[in-house]
Design a protein around this ligand. Structure first.
Ligand code: URP
Ligand code: ZN
Ligand code: ZN
Length: 491
């Protein structure tokens, strides 16, 4: 037989979203070309590499479908991670594809927004990437022409906001966006919080002299998220189109998702590490408060449990980081001053590098979810939802050779010093973890190798490629035999 493989990963304990078995993985030109019981080393091409997994767990590389990289901010703060630092940090944590947001600022076309974002990513990333587009200005031209154009550019998902002054859409605008998304086959992600409630509660809190970070949680109680979640679901129901609710934080919002499922609606849900591992107590001043300000805010222990339940029982499809990286200083969290009121602190926390290890440690190793749920939540479902599957999100013949070989047994305390992001803190400082990638392979190339706090992450920025997304079947309404024809409203 001719020399077939550039790489053989030998003796892998392979876990996918559905299967678990022991095999060798053969890779050619960055793609998996064979998975078999025993591949012969003689089948390696000259100069080919053999990596002995030694029976260790091997999972598909993580797909992080919610992160903010080099995103322009309207308050003068700076997104700390660019594509170089963000992708290196992701690789060290086992993520091999990420999907950040290209932001349409008001007055911009989608063409301008996408071109600007390609410029910041091009030649900078160590891992492969796709884009979602944040739509903040759905003009007639955007809806009539640019959604279809986006799809031709390999961007098949958008995010819309029900809050933030510079991003929020009215219900009427949302209906029009959903109609256009449906026509183009685009998946719509929704940030569901009620802007008017937050604005009014914020005014009351500030008037009462409550300015510290805890006020952020008080201004965004679970009902604010619940109402907006219900409204988004209702608008999607009216338009008969699937949507995905991002960064779901609380039992109330999960109940709305379940309610929608009960009505036969295709409503998807995403949650993030901060809703499993942080509570509103982390917003206390002596806990470094502002550093843990994110939206929706972390809740309480009872809500944490409901989020764990949702991961275990299928309420959520995706577990993403919502990596929104701001340093502690005046270019980030303290942009309006060290003691600025909570509503002047940029929202978001870092989490690209720690996402997989946190869920493997506290989810799989602690017995809350199984390994197949882990793979589905961190990789496969995101790839499917956003049109990257089967190239990404699984280990199969024909898929990119993106994978993580996990350490057999690690037990360590997480510290900021171990991480590769450009932020100066981790909200998970001091957590005890029992999992970390020993090796991350991206299209067959080693991009991370080492132990927690001691390892090598690839410097080959620019090796990562833009992966054009396809229209996802999950963005379509399922056919219901016998259902009456539903007319498609014009945008
Ligand atoms: O607080 C958060 N989540 N900041 C990032 C922006 C967003 O809404 O996802
Ligand atoms: Zn959001
Ligand atoms: Zn986000």
């Amino acid at each position: 037989m001719s020399h077939a493989f550039d790489l053989i990963v030998h003796d892998a304990d392979i876990a996918t979203a559905t299967d678990r078995y022991r095999a060798d993985i053969g890779v050619k030109d960055g793609v998996i070309t064979a998975i078999a019981r025993a591949l012969s080393p003689n089948d390696l091409a000259p100069g080919g590499q053999r990596i002995d997994a030694q029976g260790r767990l091997v999972t598909p590389g993580g797909v992080d479908s919610h992160c903010h990289i080099s995103q322009p901010m309207s308050d003068g703060s700076v997104c700390a991670d660019d594509f170089a630092s963000g992708s290196r940090s992701a690789a060290a944590g086992g993520t091999t594809t990420f999907v950040p947001f290209a932001l349409q600022q008001r007055g911009q076309t989608l063409r301008e927004a996408l071109a600007a974002y390609h410029r910041s990513a091009s030649g900078q990333s160590v891992i492969d990437y796709a884009f979602h587009l944040i739509v903040s200005d759905p003009t007639d031209d955007v809806l009539a022409d640019e959604f279809d154009w986006l799809v031709t550019q390999g961007v098949t998902s958008i995010k819309i906001y029900l809050t933030y002054d510079d991003l929020k859409l009215s219900d009427r605008q949302i209906l029009r966006v959903l109609a256009a998304a449906k026509r183009s086959g685009i998946m719509t992600m929704v940030h569901a919080e009620n802007f008017d409630c937050i604005e009014w509660l914020t005014e009351q809190l500030l008037a009462a002299g409550i300015t510290e970070p805890m006020g952020h949680a008080m201004s965004r109680p679970a009902a604010v998220e619940r109402e907006a979640t219900h409204r988004a679901i209702s608008l999607a129901e009216i338009m008969r189109v699937p949507i995905l609710l991002v960064h779901v934080s609380a039992a109330d919002a999960i109940e709305q998702i379940r309610w929608a499922h009960g009505r036969g609606l295709r409503i998807y849900g995403e949650t993030c590490p901060q809703y499993l591992f942080l509570t509103e107590d982390d917003l206390a001043l002596d806990a470094g408060g502002a550093r843990c300000i994110c939206s929706p805010p972390p809740r309480d222990r009872a809500n944490q449990q409901k989020v764990w339940d949702g991961l275990a029982n299928g309420a959520f499809e995706v577990f993403s980081s919502d990596h929104a990286p701001f340093r502690s200083g005046t270019d980030g969290k303290a942009v309006a001053g060290p003691h600025a009121a909570f509503n002047q602190v940029p929202n978001g926390i870092p989490g690209l590098e720690t996402r997989l290890a946190l869920l493997m440690s506290e989810g799989v190793n602690a017995g809350r979810i199984d390994i197949h749920q882990f793979v589905a939540l961190t990789s496969t479902q995101a790839a499917k939802l956003y049109g990257l599957h089967p190239r990404k999100g699984t280990l199969a013949v024909g898929s990119d050779a993106d994978m993580v070989i996990w350490h057999d047994a690690v037990d360590f305390t997480l510290t900021q010093a171990m991480l590769h992001h450009a932020v100066d803190y981790t909200p998970y400082e001091g957590m005890r973890l029992t999992a970390w990638p020993a090796l991350t392979l991206a299209r067959g190339e080693v991009v991370w190798q080492g132990e927690p706090g001691r390892g090598q992450v690839s410097e080959r920025v620019g090796r990562g490629e833009f992966v054009p997304a396809k229209v996802s079947p999950m963005a379509q309404v399922p056919h219901r035999p016998g259902a009456s024809h539903h007319w498609l409203p014009k945008t």
